[in-house]
Design a protein around this ligand. Structure first.
Ligand code: ASP
Length: 297
């Protein structure tokens, strides 16, 4: 089948001037993921490498550019899901780890566990040779200024990717620095299986963003895939899941990206914007900050 990928760089509101620079990173991430898929690579490799691009990009709340917590520290969460083996790896509250999504993958593949947090996860990263950087490496001037002025960020710039490869195998990944001014030790929805991401090789996959305290209360990503199970396509399922969230929360502030088993992509959000990018049926990268996935997806 024709492989495809969709990535996101978070849901929220940000100044329109940031749309263009964010779009460049989103397109780069889509292209790297799609190149892997197009040369016969796996969905799992594609989502990991696409997310690595956005973890290094300073304009998103993952890796470098992560929001600072109330103590001025970066603490990151991530999950990766391989739907083929119905397996996942997750990390939470990690510092120093340049690519939390890659550490999550190693948790899945190289340990008997699924979820490792804090210093234990950092120690594992060192043992596995995952790159470690000083914590200040993650701190951008923009985030530091917001922290000093105690400006709560109106954005949830978590990053994520979902993909289906030529064999019809599906994977999902989500990586985040969490919410700005969060309490030390706070963990959001991102690393939680079914909330921040979910993937089922028979139906599809979702990566979520937005207010984690809402997403985790309804297992948002699982809600999307459950909608695919009822016969909806990726776009219809995404819209239905956000409508469901809106029926529960006054101001849900959530976003999702989705791929279904037929290789269709979808996206929906209850925030002003959702940064997302995908490849259309001709294999060309597309990007949207507001309008969602175009008809020719
Ligand atoms: N969902 C993330 C969290 O609550 C935040 C985000 O999407 O940016 O940690």
């Amino acid at each position: 089948m024709l492989p495809t990928i969709i990535v996101h760089g978070g849901a929220g509101y940000w100044a329109d001037e940031l749309d263009a620079p964010k779009s460049e990173f989103i397109i780069e991430a889509v292209q790297i993921g799609y190149d892997i898929l197009n040369s016969g690579g796996t969905a799992l490799d594609a989502v990991e490498k696409a997310v690595n691009v956005l973890e290094d990009a300073p304009l998103f709340d993952a890796g470098r550019g992560s929001h600072l917590n109330i103590e001025g520290m970066v603490q990151m969460d991530a999950i990766i899901i391989d739907a083929v083996t119905r397996d996942f790896g997750a990390v939470a509250g990690v510092e120093q780890v340049r690519y939390p999504i890659s550490l999550a993958r190693r948790v899945m593949q190289d340990t008997p566990h699924k979820f490792i947090v804090g210093t234990g996860a950092e120690k594992l990263a060192a043992e596995l040779g995952i790159p470690l950087v000083p914590n200040m490496w993650f701190v951008t001037d923009a985030e530091l200024a917001k922290y000093r002025l105690r400006i709560a960020s109106g954005t949830h710039d978590t990053v994520g990717a979902v993909a289906i490869d030529k064999d019809g195998n599906i994977a999902a990944a989500t990586s985040t620095g969490g919410t700005s001014h969060k309490l030390a030790g706070r963990v959001g929805d991102a690393p939680l299986f079914g909330a921040g991401a979910y993937a089922d090789n028979d139906f599809g996959a979702t990566s979520a963003t937005g207010v984690g305290e809402n997403s985790m209360r309804i297992l948002l990503s699982k809600v999307v895939v459950d909608q695919i199970v009822t016969g909806k396509d990726a776009q219809e399922a995404s819209v239905a899941a956000i409508a469901y969230a809106d029926s529960i929360f006054d101001d849900s502030q959530l976003g999702v990206i989705t791929v279904d088993k037929q290789g269709r992509v979808g996206a929906a959000h209850s925030t002003a914007k959702l940064a997302c990018g995908w490849v259309n049926t001709k294999g060309q990268p597309q990007v949207s900050m507001k309008e969602g996935v175009h008809a020719d997806n």
